[in-house]
Design a binder for this molecule. Structure first.
Ligand code: SER
Length: 598
């Protein structure tokens, strides 16, 4: 597409990050580091999908230690489109540049800042921009104010568009949370409109969304009601890869500097050219980049949760490498390029280098040993079926169980051959299998949690309350000696050389149920280990903590160093009951307890 190149500057990713941070720092914003891809404050989502995730408690009114104006670049994962990756635009991992006002400035300043950044720092002109505003819904009015602000800044009237809920309302990111109307900013590449209705919501390619300013003034609850938030906040997000593509006048994000090193490594490994196999190259590049970042935040390949998404990414990339004729274990070499390209902005990659490389290699090896056999089995399945036929769940389950094929991978293979998978039957078998393996033993993963379900999250929070109650009512010298959580109950071991009396148990239950009734918010903060010690946060395995730790505080009841996840408010526990108190070892007692309405 022809564009006036005079306004384009040859910007590097790091320059863009720095220019953005500096612009907002100069306007009173404090820089905060990217949070983990595994959300600490929202158990309703698997990954951090936007810069606002780690800020949810602050958008809900909690005071942020850095103040009311924040700026960052945040690593994000969006998993909805994994199977679309391979085209020109989709990515699973991306970076979001963002700025926030926590109850400070609102629409006018937010839009003015965006406008100035785009026109003065990135040198974009009016005819390269188009903007949108919310057209209203129920008793939430049409956002004329936003449109006026844009027009007063000089945006021509025919470049300001109104849309409804689907386009111009953002959030919540999970099931509940902060949300509001937004104004989206688009890059217009200058080609003629594809028709009379062509506008930013059209997907002809003329418009690319680059920035979203959300005016977060509502809270959506579990019943779907919207209530005004205590503060009017601003949450903005700008896609780094997209902006870089535009600034450097590249056809796709994969043609930007961000992918150059990764793609040339894949060329070296495969002996093929990117331009001959763009789809396979993009899948491998995106998936390995995403997997490197996910493992950099401590996630391991697994059968559930974040670990399952990680596994899918690695295995899909592995199949495409195999399609390109690669027979060796090679993906850790690509991870190395990702680590070295990104270590300046995301030092955790360098810190966790060994862990990333070892786990990548192990997972690739695991899949490699069954990939060929599984593909042969898949070919047999196809040969036994007729085109357009449905592959039955039992066969697909066998590919999953015996050969480690994620069902999504089998679906993709099937579609390539004109077949479909009976997903319902597969899901049914998968559930049966999960229940059977759960019945055998209490599954225990990282942090003593069985899985990432809401139930285990509640029990995790209950453990903090119990830990504190034991010190209050039984003995101030009590510390945690062990914790194990399944979807049904918590188990907590602690030092004590006598039984906990029935009276004490009653007091503990009464106390914790009282805390649940008070619906106290749970606040998660990241800080140095020294800061956490100063706050007298309770820790468990002191020597295992890194330089920065997460501290969960529940009112003045509990303050613990912990990896989470936790519920947002104690009320979500609904109730608490101790089921058993027994001896665990010499000088160690054990309590089993449940949550929920009793
Ligand atoms: N949360 C908004 C988005 O993801 C703005 O960052 O688009």
């Amino acid at each position: 597409m022809e564009v006036t190149s005079s306004v384009f500057i040859d910007m590097k990713a790091q320059e863009l990050r720095e220019a953005y941070v500096k612009f907002f720092k100069d306007r009173g914003h404090a820089f905060i580091r990217s949070a983990s891809l595994v959300p600490e404050n929202d158990p309703t989502v698997l990954f951090t999908t936007a810069g606002m995730h780690p800020l949810v408690p602050y958008l809900l009114g909690q005071k942020h230690p850095e103040g009311k104006r924040l700026v960052d670049y945040q690593k994000c994962i969006r998993t909805g489109d994994i199977d679309e990756v391979g085209d020109a635009g989709h990515l699973t991992f991306f970076e979001m540049l963002g700025n926030w006002s926590l109850g400070d400035y609102f629409k006018k300043e937010s839009i003015t800042y965006s406008y100035e950044f785009l026109t003065e720092v990135l040198n974009l002109t009016h005819d390269q921009l188009a903007v949108t505003a919310f057209e209203g819904m129920g008793n939430i009015p049409r956002d004329e104010e936003t449109a006026e602000i844009w027009k007063n800044l000089g945006m021509p009237e025919d470049r300001v568009f109104f849309y409804g809920l689907k386009e111009n309302w953002w959030g919540p990111a999970g099931i509940t949370g902060p949300c509001g109307p937004d104004t989206e900013i688009f890059f217009d590449d200058g080609r003629p409109k594809c028709g009379p209705d062509c506008g930013p919501s059209c997907n002809c390619g003329k418009y690319t969304e680059i920035w979203n300013n959300v005016f977060m003034e509502y809270f959506k609850d579990a019943e779907g009601n919207f209530t005004p938030l205590e503060n009017k906040n601003v949450d903005t997000g700008m896609g780094l890869e997209r902006v870089l593509r535009i600034m450097n006048n590249k056809e796709t994000v994969f043609d930007t500097e961000l992918f150059a090193g990764i793609i040339s490594k894949i060329e070296e490994i495969t002996g093929r050219n990117y331009s001959d196999e763009p789809r396979a190259f993009r899948i491998i590049a995106d998936h390995v980049r995403a997997a490197t970042f996910i493992m950099g935040d401590g996630v391991l390949p697994a059968r559930i949760g974040q670990g399952y998404i990680l596994r899918r990414l690695i295995r899909r990339a592995s199949r495409y490498l195999s399609n390109l004729g690669v027979d060796d274990i090679v993906m850790a070499n690509i991870c190395e390029v990702v680590i070295s390209d990104y270590r300046e902005s995301y030092p955790e990659l360098e810190r966790n280098r060994e862990q990333i490389l070892t786990n990548m290699e192990a997972e690739e090896r695991r899949f490699h040993s069954t990939l060929k056999k599984g593909l042969r089995r898949f070919d047999e399945m196809i040969a036994e079926s007729k085109e357009g036929e449905v592959l039955d769940g039992a066969q697909v389950f066998r590919l999953f169980d015996t050969f480690g094929f994620p069902v999504e991978l089998t679906k993709e293979l099937a579609e390539e051959r004109g077949f479909v998978v009976d997903t319902e039957d597969f899901d049914h078998r998968f559930k049966e299998h999960q229940e059977a393996s759960r019945a055998g033993a209490d599954m225990v993963f990282k942090g003593g949690l069985a899985d990432d379900s809401i139930e285990t999250t509640k029990l995790h929070t209950a453990t903090h309350l119990l830990n504190s109650a034991l010190r209050k009512f039984v003995d101030p010298g009590i510390t945690q000696r062990g914790s194990n959580i399944t979807a049904k109950r918590l188990r907590f071991d602690f030092n004590l050389d006598r039984k906990v009396t029935p009276e004490e148990i009653e007091k503990i239950e009464e106390y914790i149920n009282g805390l649940i009734k008070q619906d106290i918010p749970i606040v998660c903060e990241e800080m140095t280990y020294e800061e956490a010690q100063k706050r007298e946060a309770v820790g468990v395995f002191q020597d295992k903590y890194g330089e920065r730790v997460l501290v969960y505080t529940i009112g003045d009841v509990s303050c613990e160093i912990c990896g989470g996840p936790h519920v947002k408010r104690t009320g979500e526990l609904e109730g608490f009951k101790i089921q058993k108190e027994e001896s665990s070892a010499a000088g160690v007692r054990r309590i089993k307890a449940v949550v929920g309405k009793q």
